[in-house]
Design a protein around this ligand. Structure first.
Ligand code: PLP
Length: 416
């Protein structure tokens, strides 16, 4: 999506800088590409969009319209899915903290609930006792051990173990089975293995898929209908972000399909494969437009101050520079140089871009920073300034899909 200066001025007149641009067409394309890749390898597949990654209702609604599923991890997200008109039977409720009430609501609605802990089995037991005549389908999240060929953990941040789900082996598994067998009207229909890794490698997906198929075959061969490998895949990542070995959707799908086809249990039972992409669906959908407010040089370093902050583009404050473009406010020539883009907060480490080279911005120019769609809008509470508007350009027009926050919005829950 190309946006020119006159469109920016038009948007700014109603939305004020900084603002997000949402390319909803790209969101739809990401959905179609992921579904095409996986269904070519395993026709029974479902894409359940990971709400937590970016739950802008406008995007959640597009998922509903495309017949996609919602993957939620809290009551708030569950209720949001209902509010956007998502069919409750197409909601997957994950997450480590679900109350008895949450589980009851989701089960009554025929949503898929993937249980994560012994406390949730307690809730299930009580629900089953109060609904003795219903057959209750549930899912289990399985804890994944993922290490590379050298035995190094692949779990995010190289943590030694994942904290989610039930251990797939040893006495914990036996205890779990005993507890489930004591609930005669419950049936395990889904096994879930999402595991966030730093590498997002094909090998991790193969291990997850293989482990889930083995668990199904060994423990619940007659009842499992869903093999849910979770999200965590790379999407389209521009080379300047410096990631090595970024698999394509086709490569992920081929790696997973190969394991499913090699499993006798999967070949015979044809489970539905579930993927829950978040980053791969949303990162390249949103960019931030921010206005250049000042330029200064301190000890030979050029610092370009803008009216947005690092929390708008990368609240996790990772060290990678996202792709960016300069939208000059006039036609005068710009010299080239190395500079950093610093934000509107009073934090020293408020760097949106660090030591990038290109045309040197001038006051009044705009900088557009891409790859700002995953874990940004949802993870950046207003800090010092209100949350920016989100705008979806459609040809010459645009639609405001979130208005800029006001002082009253920000403080309405406070007691003065
Ligand atoms: C259960 C579950 N599914 C899907 C995702 C989406 O992961 P990503 O945004 O990396 O694709 C997450 C993220 O943590 C998750 O916890």
């Amino acid at each position: 999506m190309i946006v020119n200066l006159s469109q920016i001025h038009q948007i700014e007149s109603v939305a004020q800088s900084p603002f997000y641009l949402c390319d909803d067409a790209v969101f739809g394309i990401n959905y179609d590409r992921i579904v095409a890749a996986f269904s070519a390898r395993w026709p029974q597949m479902i894409l359940a969009y990971s709400y937590k990654t970016n739950y802008i209702p406008w995007l959640c609604r597009l998922i509903r319209d495309k017949g996609g599923w919602a993957e939620v991890v809290s009551r708030l997200e569950y209720e949001l899915a209902l509010k956007v008109g998502q069919d409750p039977a197409r909601i997957i409720f994950n997450g480590p903290v679900k109350s008895a009430d949450d589980i009851e609501l989701a089960l009554l609605n025929n949503s898929i609930v993937n249980l994560d802990s012994a406390a949730e089995i307690d809730h299930l037991l009580r629900y089953a006792q109060t609904h003795p005549d219903s057959l209750i389908p549930v899912g289990l999240r399985i804890n994944m051990g993922l290490s590379d060929a050298n035995g190094c953990s692949q779990i995010q941040n190289q943590l030694p173990v994942s904290r989610f789900g039930f251990s797939p082996a040893g006495p914990e598994m036996m205890q779990l089975k005993q507890r489930l067998q004591a609930i005669p009207n419950c049936q395990v229909v889904s096994l879930h293995g999402h595991t966030s890794t730093s590498s997002r490698s094909l090998a991790c997906y193969q291990t997850i898929t293989r482990t889930l198929c083995e668990m199904a075959e060994w423990h619940f061969p007659q009842t499992v209908q869903y093999i849910n490998i979770g999200g965590g895949m790379f999407g389209d990542v521009p080379p300047e972000m410096g990631f090595a070995d970024v698999p394509t959707f086709d490569q992920y799908a081929a790696a997973v399909g190969e394991v499913l086809q090699a499993s006798d249990w999967a070949a015979a039972n044809k489970p539905t494969l579930v993927v829950e992409p978040g980053i791969a669906m949303s990162a390249n959908v949103i960019s931030l437009v921010t206005r250049v407010i000042g330029i200064k040089t301190i000890q030979n370093r050029t610092l370009v101050t803008v009216d947005a902050s690092v929390f708008h583009t990368k609240p996790t404050q990772h060290s990678r520079n996202q792709p960016w473009t300069l939208i000059p406010a006039d036609e005068s020539a710009r010299s080239s140089g190395v500079f950093s883009v610093v934000g509107s907060t009073c934090m020293e480490k408020d760097y949106l871009l660090t030591d990038v080279s290109g045309p040197l911005p001038q006051v009044g120019d705009y900088i557009r920073i891409g790859q700002a769609g995953a874990y940004t809008v949802v993870m950046s509470p207003p800090f010092i300034n209100p949350a920016p508007a989100i705008v979806a350009p459609h040809g010459e027009n645009f639609k405001i899909i979130r208005t800029r926050q006001t002082l009253d919005d920000m403080f309405k829950n406070y007691h003065f």
